[in-house]
Design a binder for this molecule. Structure first.
Ligand code: PLP
Length: 396
């Protein structure tokens, strides 16, 4: 039966790599996943920064059940009043700084990045973008155009022209950008897929200054960093810099598929004028998804988990000391454990899985092990996880 399920997965579903992990998950609860053989795994990646309040939180499940019993899809985004959407949009707008006072819900991170790019072009009437080397913003054509790494993008060209790449924190390189053509600068406060590398305050300030001077929009991709992962609700709060467009995804939907871009309503109005329907989506802000996201957001804000993030980071850092660990990058519960090379990380992940720990690597930092557990992970679970990681390293 188990082999049949695996075969069905491999034979009928398009794959993303030749060697999928293919762990057969049948249940998830709190900070754990359970496989078809009843084995339990402590989740150290939270679906890659999605399940920040853990899996199947009772309040999220109840919200989904309640909304599903009332109505699901009724009409495309933006035509009917749907309380789950508008309530969640208001909650986000109320908590964000003034310029981010209007929310457009879509279905994924990539779609939200695409929407943000369109908004920047429409508002500025300019064409170009600035993006960071080794950033990942999604897999559809718009975000893929922002990918500097040819290995991933070459096969899909032509992509959007006129994207200027700069290295994270290279302030001098900004002087060479043709700003009169730049509609938007897309940047992560923490470059996640490069191994959780932080953009410096000076670099972000320089980007803000260039954008202000040249009427370009500053766009922060907080798809991975949002919803508490870095010890603040949003990572930009560490910087004192407010973007013109904030892009959200992953934890936004509380375990359901959702993306959003937020900006000033005067800018956002441009998407409904000349042409009308300048950006549309059938399922964006789906009521069940919005209810789940809203419930997860309320759980997160009412909890003490964001305040505990640094303490939990401290335990990880204190425990993960071993000659094979070269460094631990990142901040909060968004950490990258640097080892010798990709092969070491892969072996470590495999051995960790055998010990009941679920983890992963990074797209542009293959020598790093990803640690982005649910924020609800306990101190005891972190100690337990670190001991198992050290055991796994010893066995390599
Ligand atoms: N931006 C960042 C920083 C991401 O990490 C991701 C996904 O991993 C995306 C954008 C794309 O999001 P999605 O996979 O929902 O399209």
């Amino acid at each position: 039966m188990h082999a049949f399920a695996r075969q069905t997965f491999l034979e009928n579903m398009a794959q993303t790599s030749p060697n999928p992990l293919a762990l057969h998950v049948v249940r998830a609860e709190g900070n754990y996943l359970y496989d078809v053989d009843g084995r339990k795994y402590l989740d150290l990646i939270a679906g890659i920064s999605v399940c920040n309040v853990g899996h199947q939180h009772p309040k999220v499940v109840a919200a989904v059940q309640q909304q599903a019993s009332e109505f699901m899809h009724v009409m495309v985004y933006g035509e009917t009043v749907q309380t789950p959407q508008s309530t969640y949009a208001k909650q986000l707008v109320d908590i964000l700084p003034t310029p981010l006072n209007c929310c457009y819900f879509v279905n994924s991170g990539a779609e939200a990045i695409d929407g943000a790019m369109k908004l920047a072009k429409k508002v500025t009437r300019k064409t170009d973008f600035v993006a960071l080397v080794d950033a990942y913003h999604g897999s559809t054509h718009g975000p893929l155009s922002l990918m500097s790494n040819d290995y991933y993008s070459q096969a899909f060209r032509p992509l959007l022209p006129s994207v200027h790449f700069v290295h994270q924190n290279d302030i001098a390189a900004l002087d060479a950008i043709p700003w009169d053509r730049v509609a938007g600068v897309i940047v992560e406060v923490v470059q996640a897929e490069r191994g959780d590398q932080w953009s410096s305050a000076e670099f972000l300030q320089a980007l803000r200054a260039h954008c202000d001077k040249h009427c370009s929009l500053l766009i922060f991709d907080e798809i991975q960093t949002g919803f508490g992962r870095t010890g603040k609700l949003f990572a930009f709060e560490h910087t004192g810099i407010v973007p013109d467009i904030l892009v959200l995804g992953k934890a936004l939907g509380g375990g359901m598929p959702m993306g959003a871009f937020l900006s000033d309503r005067r800018l956002m109005a441009q998407l409904s004028d000349q042409p009308i329907l300048g950006h549309i989506t059938t399922f964006g802000g789906h009521p069940v998804v919005a209810a789940a996201g809203n419930a997860a957001f309320e759980v997160l804000v009412a909890s003490n988990w964001i305040n505990e993030v640094y303490h939990k980071e401290f335990i990880f850092r204190q425990c993960l000391v071993h000659p094979a660990i070269k460094a631990v990058h990142g901040k909060g519960l968004m950490l990258a454990v640097e080892m010798a090379n990709f092969e070491t990380v892969q072996l470590c992940i495999e051995k960790m899985l055998n010990k009941g720990l679920f983890s992963d690597w990074f797209l542009f930092a293959p020598n790093c092990l990803r640690l982005s557990p649910p924020l609800s992970i306990t101190d005891e679970e972190i100690h337990w996880a670190c001991n198992r990681i050290l055991e796994a390293i010893e066995e390599i």
